[in-house]
Every structure is written in C-alpha cells, then in structure tokens.
Design a protein around this ligand. Structure first.
Ligand SMILES: Cc1cc2nc3c(=O)[nH]c(=O)nc-3n(C[C@H](O)[C@H](O)[C@H](O)COP(=O)(O)OP(=O)(O)OC[C@H]3O[C@@H](n4cnc5c(N)ncnc54)[C@H](O)[C@@H]3O)c2cc1C
Length: 392
C-alpha cells in the first residue's frame, strides 16, 4: 500500500523547509523530501534582509539563529556610484540583518520543520508525479537505496529550486522571463574587519557579509558579458575588484586569509512561473527568480512560505479545490515581487544614466525605517512605474 500524506514538499531548504514547518504547525501531515542531505551547502551568498529575519522572529526561530553564533549585522554601508543609500544612524534597529551560512540556516529550518511534526527524508529525489485525472496526487521518488517509491498527497509543493523537477513535470508556464545580466564569484575571508557592505562602482558590485566564525563572505558581480575574461584569472579579477570597492579589504593587507575556494554562478536568468494548479504549488526559486544583486532570494522564499501556507491550509481543510484556494497565493506572490523584480533587473545592468545618478544624489540616503527599495524603485524605474503591476 502506498504511503499517504496531506502534503509533500519537494526541496528542504529555505522555501521548502519553511512551508513544511508552517503546514505541520497547522496540524497537517507533511513529508519533506530532498535529493540532497540537510547540512549540504549550496552555491549562494547568504545575506538575509531584515524583512527575512522578521519572519524568522515571527516563527520563533531567531533565538535559534543567534545560538549558531552568527553575528547580527547591526552596521551596514550601502552605496551606488558614491551615493550612500541608507542612513543607519537612527535609533530604530529592532531587528538586524544576518548572514548565516546556508548549510546552517537551511539545517535550522529543516529541524524546525521536523520539530513541528513534518517527516524529513533526505537523499530522496522526485522523478515523476502521480496524477488522478488532471490533479497531481503524489510523487514517484528514488530512495537512498535506489528503490522506487510512490507516495500520495493531496498537495505537492515544488520547492526544488530554479531547475525545479515539479515545475517541469506540471509544465508550469514561465512568464516575464529576463536574461542573466551578471556573473558572480564569492569566497570567505578572515582578517577582514568591516561592516556588511554593498557597493556598486564602475560596473562592478561587491557584497561583504560577516558570517560565522569571524569569517566574511565577499561576493563580486560583473556584467555577464565579461565572464570569458574573468574566467581566465578569477583570483586576480576578484582581488582587484574587492580592493577597489571595499576599503577594509584594501586596508587589511597580510591579515587577510582566504578560507575556501571561489564559488561562481553566471546563469541567473529571471522568471516567474505559474504558482499553482490542481494539486500542486511552487515556492521559492522554483516559481520565481531574480538577479542575485539584491541578495533577496532567501527573504523572498520566507515571504512566499508565509503567503502559501494559509492558502494551502484552506485548500486542505475547506471546500474549495486546490486550484481555487491557491489562486490568492499566486496573485499575492506576483504583486509582492513585481517591483523588486524590475529593480533587480535594472540594478543588474551596473550602468546607470546620469539622470538616474542625479536622482539618486537627491533622494539618498533614506532613513533605515523607510527602507531602500521604494526609493530605489522610484529612482531606477521612474516614479510612475515604481508601483506594483503584477502582469502575468
Ligand atoms: C551566487 C548567488 C548568490 C546569492 N546570494 C543571495 C543572498 O546573498 N541572499 C539571498 O537572499 N539570496 C541569494 N541568492 C538566491 C538564493 O540562493 C535562492 O533564492 C535560494 O536558494 C532559493 O531557495 P529555495 O529553497 O527556493 O531553493 P534551493 O536553495 O535551490 O533548494 C532547492 C532544494 O531542492 C532540492 N531538489 C531539487 N530537485 C529535487 C528533486 N527532484 N527531488 C528532491 N529534491 C530536489 C535540492 O537538493 C535543494 O536542496 C543567491 C543566489 C546565487 C546563485
């Protein structure tokens, strides 16, 4: 006899583990599957905005994060072509941003999901879906011993990343697709004493994020068109850009120690995909991705989990079919990400016309409590285009 759950969540990282936790807390039987292992790392820097940390706080997980020894990023410096974006001198710093390593953060979330009652199966990859008529009613997966297993559920959530198997199998329609504009390399340093910083200068961007164990993750983004040249000498290109954009990097001299290899990524195309259908939904990068320049995929995944869980709960307990019950999630997701998606794309051009730079000088810095995004949207997209439109 086949096993049966209310919900199967495919992918146990920031999107999947979060939504599994929330649905388990609602009392649903949840199976959380990942073809990898909890505690594996993933190619991604890991700045989590205050909005994302607020979600962890709301879910009762902020103390767990603090207990991992990850430093609170109470100080930050963010500038574009010499214009300082944020005034962080104000008194209202209730929740700081953090930069937890992904293997730590994702592990914490997966444990929170199991502590809430979800069942976790690692090294279990989903290969196919079970259908009853048009509705998805389960998954076919490969267990760690190689055996094939069929598991039924009333709802299958694909939180399996940008190359989502679930999205492919349900033929989720992609829309508002955008080409990749940047490429990025990052690694970890000790001996770098500086705040979290984000700098765009001379067609390069640098992100420095203090993390566990006194290390700082430093990522450099270039226009993707420069990738062939950068690949020829990654270390030299990286060091030149880091020293030019991060004053503390240039000043650290022989104190700097690189503790890991370089990690890179150059295929960050942007897209939205259909968010839900009969018996299925997508969360996190599986359903929406933007250029990593705004470092927001993790915070976005938390937001989507928070939007999806109540709709999924209604789908599982109410009289509506899943497609109808999940439609508000789709609408809310697209509205929420519309402006940030367009801002990320324009920011990722790393080239801003003089009128935009003039507008930046007039607008910034904004107070921390106001948030950078609305001001950045008005400057980069124009005031009229900076309101959400969520076109599908
Ligand atoms: C270079 C780079 C830098 C970035 N920097 C930041 C940053 O600083 N801050 C930020 O917020 N975001 C950043 N992002 C974005 C962030 O990494 C993603 O948005 C985030 O990882 C999405 O999480 P997710 O849970 O949706 O998917 P993923 O993290 O991709 O996890 C998907 C999981 O699904 C599993 N899976 C896949 N297929 C299957 C299958 N068939 N069966 C079972 N399991 C499966 C995988 O093993 C994986 O564990 C960056 C991205 C890149 C590439």
């Amino acid at each position: 006899m086949r096993e049966r759950f209310d919900v199967i969540v495919v992918g146990a990282r920031c999107a999947g583990a979060s939504v599994a936790m929330l649905l388990a807390r609602e009392g649903h039987s949840v199976l959380l599957l990942d073809r990898g292992r909890v505690g594996d790392d993933v190619v991604s820097t890991h700045y989590v905005h205050r909005s994302g940390i607020r979600r962890l706080d709301q879910w009762g997980l902020l103390d767990d994060l603090r207990a991992t020894g990850c430093p609170a990023l109470t100080a930050s410096r963010q500038s574009i072509e010499g214009v300082t974006l944020e005034d962080v001198s104000g008194p209202d710093r209730r929740v700081a941003a953090y930069g937890p390593r992904r293997h730590v953060l994702d592990g914490l979330l997966a444990r929170a999901a199991t502590a809430s009652g979800a069942r976790l199966r690692e090294r279990t990859g989903v290969r196919a879906l079970i259908r009853t008529g048009p509705a998805v009613t389960g998954v076919v997966a490969t267990r760690p011993d190689g055996a094939r297993t069929e598991i039924e559920a009333r709802l299958v959530i694909g939180a399996d990343g940008a190359n989502s198997t679930v999205a492919r199998l349900v033929r989720a329609r992609a829309y508002r697709e955008l080409p990749a504009l940047t490429c990025v390399y990052y690694t970890y340093w000790t001996g770098l004493d500086g705040p979290m910083s984000f700098t765009v200068q001379d067609r390069r961007a640098a992100l420095a994020v203090p993390t566990h164990g006194g290390a700082t993750c430093v990522g450099i983004l270039w226009p993707r068109t420069e990738l062939p040249r950068i690949r020829r000498d990654i270390e030299n290109e990286y060091l030149t850009a880091a020293a030019a954009l991060i004053p503390e990097f240039a000043a650290a001299g022989t104190r700097l120690r690189r503790t890991e290899r370089f990690y890179g990524s150059a295929n960050q195309t942007g897209f939205f995909r259909a968010a839900a259908g009969p018996g299925w939904a997508l969360a996190g990068d599986a359903g929406h991705r933007k250029d990593p320049i705004t470092a927001s995929g993790i915070s976005d995944a938390f937001e989507q989990a928070a939007m999806l869980a109540p709709c999924a709960h209604r789908a599982l307990t109410g009289r509506q079919d899943t497609e109808t019950a999940l439609r508000p999630y789709w609408t809310a997701r697209d509205a929420h990400h519309d402006v940030p998606y367009r801002v990320a794309h324009v920011l990722a051009t790393l080239r801003y016309p003089p009128r935009v730079l003039d507008a930046m000088r007039r607008t910034f810095p904004v107070e921390e409590t106001q948030g950078i995004l609305p001001a950045l949207a008005a400057v980069l997209l124009g005031p009229r285009d900076a309101s959400g439109r969520a076109a599908r």
